[in-house]
Write a protein that binds this ligand. Sequence first.
Ligand code: CS2
Ligand code: MG
Length: 403
Amino acid sequence: MKIISAKVIVTCPGRNLVTLKIETDSGVYGIGDATLNGRELAVVSYLQDHVIPTLIGKDPHRIEDIWQYLYRGAYWRRGPISMTAIAAVDVALWDIKAKIAELPLYQLLGGKSREKVMVYGHATGLDIESCLTEVERHIELGYKAVRVQCGIPGIATTYGVAKEAGKPYEPADSSLPSEHVWSTEKYLNHVPSLFKAVRERFGEDLHILHDVHHRLTPIQAARLGKEVEPYHLFWLEDCTPAENQSAFELIRQHTTTPLAVGEVFNSLHDCQELIQKQLIDYIRAPITHAGGITNVRRIADFAAVFQVKTGFHGATDLSPVCMGAALHFDTWVPNFGIQEHMPHSPETESVFSHAYQFKDGFFTPGETPGHGVDIDEELAANYPYKPAYLPVNRLEDGTLWNW
Ligand code: CS2
Ligand code: MG
């Protein structure tokens, strides 16, 4: 069997999404997600100009060899652009192999380790009260786990909070990066009261998650982790940038609040120390940004040795193709923790058909051969690409800070 063609499909049914479609001489094709928020076209070019020409004529069954070919063969290894491109090829090839085997993808990974996949939803509010209303709505939908983010008094725009109540949160919203002003002090003084209010209103059983979104220094993260211990968070996410992995030793010294990290990682080397030294509890490196199923399986297997669980990134800037592949992976992976779920727009749902289903706070991937997600190219063409940037953040004195 041979790969006879491959193409990149860019569509914007609500937000920009990039899909790679690989076709074989058997008529079977596979698709992979190649979306990198705010840098989409760089991955499109990497695929079209540098990867696709090397795939034609290759045997699609040789997933591992093609992975090594694209990773080692590039000479310039790692990084979000190349690892997202490699991921799209990898997922499309696993889709093809599972379709040819006429098996749902999780069967190729080793079969079910669980019947359903627990997900967490996003409850956000301009203030604590409106966030509690959103938590209630999620509980009514059946969610057992909810990420809570609220506006901070004195800060105009903060991460994870939609500008208008009830509207979906979409960070990449303008043709040039919008500039936000951030105050760590105002945030640290306010956010513990959010968790207190959630526990008082909904009790102890609900899993509460929160995304700090890389905005604290290690000692500030240690303070927050310690202060929120009474509220038994499921996790505190990205509490400090993780380029310097050993920074988490300081946080670990001060708090037992579980820590999740990794949505910006694209390699085992980005988290080896964090995992090996038990500095985190959940690894979030998603299939689309960390080199596909082939590479994320290595990260998950390594994490399992240290009892670190998976907690895949699943924001709407990862397409339904990524969600489909992730849910198959989540169904198999022994050290599964939780899966992020942010509903895609109705337009996106119409462009991407999928076998995965939500029920009562859990997903099942479906029994369709492959990863169970497909793209309607004609419909996709109705939504052309729109330039969109993620915002940047400045401290009140104008210092550039982490968004
Ligand atoms: C966030 C993301 O969902 C999350 O955990 O950190 O929404 C993140 O801001 C976006 O994926 C950035 O593109
Ligand atoms: Mg996050």
